[in-house]
Design a protein around this ligand. Structure first.
Ligand code: CA
Length: 403
């Protein structure tokens, strides 16, 4: 497909629409507009056309403008609470200082299109221009109600920093990397941070390229409110019935919820189990010193734990570490008086344990020293002191509901 073919045959440039579904309503809440070119009965994506550095900006702008016009013409007949996502790369946005594009949108506004429905999907991949000017333009667009979505983690611009600067209404996450298992683990951790950040800045997460059930589950589990992808619906020439997936999505959510509840129940039971075990030892050995107490617990939890220590409520370690090495348990004196209050959730958990007089099983995390995925069970033991028991990966693995 030659760029010139397209430019001399603009009537065959057409918009395609891919529906975006919401978790809370389980129905279509928006469409992403995608560029297509039809030639001899084939429909081809215009993605490469827009990415081609050899094609002058004004040609790209012309084709894009036509797409936007054709798309919005159809959107005028659509229910007026459905959002329209338009792809904008930064260079295209800055074309003519962003003014011609805005005028085009304002012309549609006069015809009844509320600009609050417009979401600009910004990609900054190759942008070499001035970010100050770009941000200024986006803020200007926003005064018209236009929303900003920031797309994809794969660009080399500083993604987290850009989210902080742009404060987007929507963060779009491409689930393509989730196809390979090797990438999945680190991707999951990255996404977890991203979902926390999104929550802090009040952005909504939209997961795209959902092509399989487990990707939908992943999106649901990681705070995704909006979903898009072939698994739900391919891009099409026309809009679809809004509730087309309602029953299917409800069914899927039911599956996910059941699975997640089972997992949470398992965690709860495991915490209870550890609680009973330790409480029993504590009650029977009220007078024992900590080192003695730990050695009793070690016997009881030899196949479960690999490290134990006691901290006071300010996080100062008041026992040595008891650590399970290749040839059995041994004591690591050098840990006495280290402070752990700086660790995430440390003080929150202390306060929770102090008030509930009960132990807590932590989330999954990587142990800094062993690099293994573990959980920690912590429990108040006496006065202001708390026992921390690191649960081995092997045990979690053998009880896979805990992973
Ligand atoms: Ca897009």
């Amino acid at each position: 497909m030659d760029a010139l073919d397209i430019l001399t045959d603009l009537e065959n440039v057409i918009p395609y629409f891919q529906p975006i579904f919401s978790a809370d309503e389980q129905r279509v809440i928006g469409y992403e507009v995608l560029g297509r070119y039809q030639s001899e009965g084939n429909i081809v994506s215009l993605g490469n056309f827009f990415l081609d550095d050899q094609i002058p900006e004004e040609y790209k702008y012309e084709v894009d403008l036509l797409l936007v016009q054709k798309a919005l013409e159809l959107v005028l007949k659509l229910e007026d609470d459905i959002s329209i996502f338009l792809n904008r790369d930064a260079d295209l946005l800055m074309y003519g200082h962003g003014e011609p594009f805005l005028q085009e949108l304002l012309a549609f506004e006069k015809r009844g299109l509320n600009l609050k429905r417009i979401v600009l999907e910004i990609s900054e991949g190759n942008y070499k221009g001035d970010f100050g000017q770009l941000d200024h333009l986006l803020q200007y667009y926003r005064t018209y109600g236009i929303k900003i979505a920031i797309a994809s983690i794969d660009s080399d611009t500083n993604y987290f920093e850009r989210i902080g600067q742009l404060n987007p209404e929507i963060i779009k996450i491409n689930l393509q990397p989730l196809k390979s298992n090797a990438a999945a683990a680190s991707f999951t951790d990255l996404l977890f941070s991203l979902s926390l950040l999104a929550r802090k800045v009040g952005a909504t997460l939209l997961f795209e390229n959902i092509e399989m059930s487990y990707q939908l589950q992943f999106a649901w589990k990681n705070g995704g409110r909006y979903y898009q992808g072939y698994y739900l619906h391919p891009p099409a020439e026309m809009f679809i019935e809004r509730d087309i997936l309602k029953e299917r999505l409800k069914g899927k959510f039911h599956e996910f919820i059941t699975y997640e509840k089972k997992k949470l129940e398992a965690l709860y039971s495991a915490a209870e189990y550890f609680q009973d075990k330790i409480q029993d030892i504590l009650v029977r050995n009220k007078k024992a010193k900590y080192e003695e107490l730990i050695s009793l617990i070690v016997k009881e939890m030899d196949q479960i734990a690999f490290r134990m220590y006691v901290c006071d409520e300010d996080g100062f370690q008041i026992s040595s570490n008891i650590f399970k090495g290749e040839s059995g348990w041994y004591s690591q004196q050098e840990y006495i008086q280290k402070n752990w209050s700086w660790r995430p959730y440390f003080l929150e958990n202390i306060i929770k344990m102090r008030n509930d007089r009960k132990g807590i099983l932590s989330d999954l995390y990587s142990d800094i020293e062993t690099g293994e995925t573990i959980r920690t069970f912590s429990i108040p033991i006496s006065g202001n002191d708390y026992l921390f028991i690191d649960i081995s990966y092997q045990y979690l693995f053998d009880n896979d509901q805990l992973l």
